[in-house]
Write a protein that binds this ligand. Structure first.
Ligand SMILES: C[S@@+](CC[C@H](N)C(=O)[O-])C[C@H]1O[C@@H](n2cnc3c(N)ncnc32)[C@H](O)[C@@H]1O
Length: 229
C-alpha cells in the first residue's frame, strides 16, 4: 500500500526503552506469553480473545492507566493496547495480572504497521488515542501520529458506527486533529461540526493531567464516529 510508505519511514516515536525496573522486567519475563500478541496477517480478534465481544484499541497506552481502567470497568468488552516502550508494557502487564484481567492483550510494534499489516477492515469498535506525542517543534510535526493518511487507515479498520476518541494537551495539535477529522467524510463529529468533545469519561484522571489542571493547562478531547463516506 504505497500511500502509507511515508508514514512508515517517519515514525511517531523514538525507540528507547527507558529504565526498566526489576518488577517490570519480571513482568516482561513471566507475563509476556499471557498478554502479548505476536500479530499475523488478518488477525482474528474474536479468536484472540476467545469470544465475540466489542473490540477496543488503545494506541500508545504509555503505562496503561487508561487501558487498565477501561478493561476493569468493562469486563464485557475486549481491549487491545499498542505500545512500543517496554517499560510501560512491563508496568501494564504487572497491573493487569494483579487485577486478574482476561480481557486485555498487548502488541509491542509500531501502531501504524500493526493497523496497516495485521488488522482487517471493519474490525474495531472503538479506538482511543490519548495524549499522542505532540512533537511540538515545527520541523518534527511530520512525526505526529495523526495525519491524513493515518486517518484514512483508521477509517478502514474502524467499523461503520464505531468511534475514535482522542485527547491532547497541546492546542495546535488539537486544532490539527480537529481539521483533519472535519475534512474527511469518513468520520462525523459526535458533538457538532468543528467542536471539541467533553472530557472522555473512560479516561482516568492521571497525575500528569491533574498537574496540568492545577497549572491551568488545557486538555482537548475529540470524539468522532465512523460514518459511511
Ligand atoms: C505522550 S505518551 C502518552 C501515553 C498515554 N497515552 C498517556 O496518556 O499517559 C505517547 C505514547 O505513545 C507511544 N507511541 C507513539 N507512537 C507510537 C506508535 N506508532 N505505536 C505505538 N506506540 C506509540 C509512545 O511510546 C508513548 O508511550
Amino acid at each position: 500500500m504505497p500511500e502509507f510508505e511515508n508514514l512508515r519511514s517517519i515514525r511517531s516515536f523514538v525507540r528507547r526503552n527507558g529504565r526498566i525496573t526489576p518488577a517490570q522486567q519480571r513482568a516482561l519475563d513471566t507475563l509476556w506469553a499471557r498478554y502479548v500478541v505476536e500479530p499475523h496477517e488478518n488477525l482474528d480478534l474474536n479468536q484472540l480473545f476467545g469470544r465475540t465481544a466489542t473490540k477496543h484499541l488503545e494506541i500508545g497506552f504509555g503505562k496503561g492507566e487508561a487501558l487498565l481502567a477501561m478493561a476493569l470497568a468493562h469486563p464485557e468488552n475486549d481491549y487491545l493496547g499498542i505500545e512500543v516502550h517496554l517499560s510501560g508494557v512491563g508496568h501494564l502487564l504487572n497491573e493487569a495480572a494483579k487485577l486478574g484481567l482476561n480481557n486485555v492483550h498487548v502488541i509491542c510494534i509500531d501502531a501504524v504497521e500493526v493497523l496497516e499489516k495485521y488488522f482487517s477492515d471493519n474490525s474495531l469498535d472503538c479506538v482511543y488515542i490519548f495524549f499522542p506525542d505532540p512533537w511540538h517543534k515545527a520541523r518534527h510535526h511530520k512525526r505526529r501520529l495523526i495525519q491524513e493518511n493515518f486517518l484514512a487507515l483508521l477509517a478502514r479498520r474502524v467499523k461503520i458506527h464505531g468511534y475514535v476518541r482522542l485527547a491532547t494537551d497541546w492546542e495546535d495539535y488539537a486544532q490539527q486533529m480537529l481539521q483533519l477529522f472535519e475534512n474527511t467524510d469518513k468520520f462525523q463529529n459526535c458533538v457538532s461540526p468543528n467542536s471539541f468533545a467533553p472530557r472522555c469519561e473512560e479516561r482516568p484522571l492521571t497525575k500528569f493531567e491533574r498537574r496540568g489542571q492545577r497549572l491551568g493547562h488545557g486538555v482537548w478531547d475529540l470524539c468522532y464516529q465512523r460514518v459511511i463516506g
